[in-house]
Design a protein around this ligand. Structure first.
Ligand code: DOR
Length: 389
């Protein structure tokens, strides 16, 4: 390998629950000695992103989404099927996976609810995503059949859990989330399906999920609420931001170790859409999600071990990826405080309700697939032979 383009990284890493010195990469390569103040972490894994593309490429593309992920220290993503056309067939599922396989991040895809259940057998997806719109369109009976089929095929069923029967006049009250979770709990018992509840906002739902579902929470439901986030377009998201009391209880549930996964639901929309009279729901955060989590560590809300469990180990298991630094999958952060600036974002989406918020730990580089991607655009090859020293 050309020593000019290949790199070996030496420094402090958080590995297996401890701070250790590591050397990643082979001898003969240019060596990057990380001084104190830098930390190597396992690669972050985000199970919930919207990379859009296809007919929604004006919002974001697979390429742009992947670059944004790398800028945020994320090495693997679980992309959502609500693109245009919606991914509900084995053919579209495979087509998208082929495109995703060419990206510099590890790409996984959650399949949309198919009208014809035989598509599940053909696609053999890792997981199926159920939206409130699916419940509305196909009914709970169809959802139950999807769960049964997924129990047989061993795919997980991910719920955006809000029962549309409780929506009224454009409002989506917390009750819709609670009632949906109760209903899905009964269906999980009936069908034996492996259930994951996405972007849970209510501490009661986190509590009641024990034993039958895993749950994730987003940075926006943990840090933003109906009081501290008031911009009509930027703060609009589904499920909605809740009251400060609910948000703080959710944060307490996270601190108590009751949450399985931290995931962004990174949902790019065009600036003109977010600034329009009827803005679409969604928040962009993949580039700063790790730094927001590390800020929670710095503030004493959780331990570093929790941060790594929530945004790396546990989601890596969910998506079945290897996020171990010694196998060349890692992120390097500079341990400093900074304020979020959407203009610094590399992806297409630069409008974020986190603008100006304090964050900690700037991502300097992310390594995956034998390459190290530095924030300044430099890319180096990573030869094998790594060890903890
Ligand atoms: O706020 C949201 N935006 N919630 C969703 O469920 C979908 C997402 C999107 O695709 O924009």
């Amino acid at each position: 390998m050309d020593a000019g383009r290949c790199i070996r990284v030496e420094g402090r890493a958080y590995l297996g629950g401890r701070l250790v010195r590591v050397r990643i990469g082979a001898a003969g390569c240019k060596t990057l000695q990380l001084p104190r103040g830098f930390l190597i972490l396992p690669g972050m894994v985000d199970i919930h992103v919207h990379f859009r593309d296809w007919e929604l490429a004006y919002k974001e593309t697979l390429e742009g989404g992947a670059r944004a992920a790398l800028a945020g220290g994320v090495v693997a993503v679980g992309d959502m099927p609500n693109v245009k056309p919606f991914i509900r067939t084995a053919e579209l599922y495979r087509k998208r996976l082929e495109e995703g396989a060419r990206l510099p991040v590890i790409y996984r895809l959650h399949m949309g609810v198919p009208e014809d259940l035989s598509e599940l057998e053909k696609a053999r997806p890792l997981s199926v995503k159920v939206y409130p719109e699916d419940i509305e369109t196909y009914g709970w009976g169809h959802v139950e059949r999807v769960m049964k089929e997924c129990a047989r095929l061993e795919c997980a069923v991910i719920f955006h859990c809000e029962d549309p029967a409780y929506f009224s006049d454009g409002e989506r009250p917390p009750e819709a989330e609670l009632r949906c979770a109760e209903r899905v709990r009964a269906l999980a018992a009936l069908t034996g399906a492996r259930v994951h509840l996405a972007h849970v906002t209510l501490p009661q739902v986190v509590e009641m999920s024990r034993g039958w579902a895993s749950v994730d929470v987003t940075p926006h439901h943990l840090l933003l609420d109906s009081e501290n986030c008031r911009d009509r377009g930027l703060c609009l998201v589904n499920p909605r931001l809740r009251t400060p009391e609910t948000r703080k209880s959710l944060l307490a549930a996270l601190a108590a170790g009751l949450v399985d996964i931290y995931a962004t639901d990174h949902a790019p929309h065009a600036a003109h859409e977010k600034r329009s009279e009827s803005p679409p729901p969604g928040v962009c955060s993949i580039e700063i999600a790790l730094s927001l989590l590390l800020r929670m560590w710095k503030a004493g809300v959780l331990a570093l071990e929790d941060a790594v469990r929530l945004y790396s180990y546990r989601p890596a298991r969910f998506l079945r990826v290897d996020a171990d630094p010694l196998s060349g999958v890692f992120t390097i952060v500079r341990l400093e405080e900074f304020r979020v600036q959407g203009n610094d974002f590399i992806g297409a989406c630069k409008l974020t309700p986190f603008e100006g918020m304090l964050a900690f730990g700037r991502v300097v580089a992310t390594a995956v697939g034998g390459r190290v991607y530095f924030r300044d655009g430099e890319i180096y090859e990573l030869a094998s032979a790594s060890r903890a020293a």
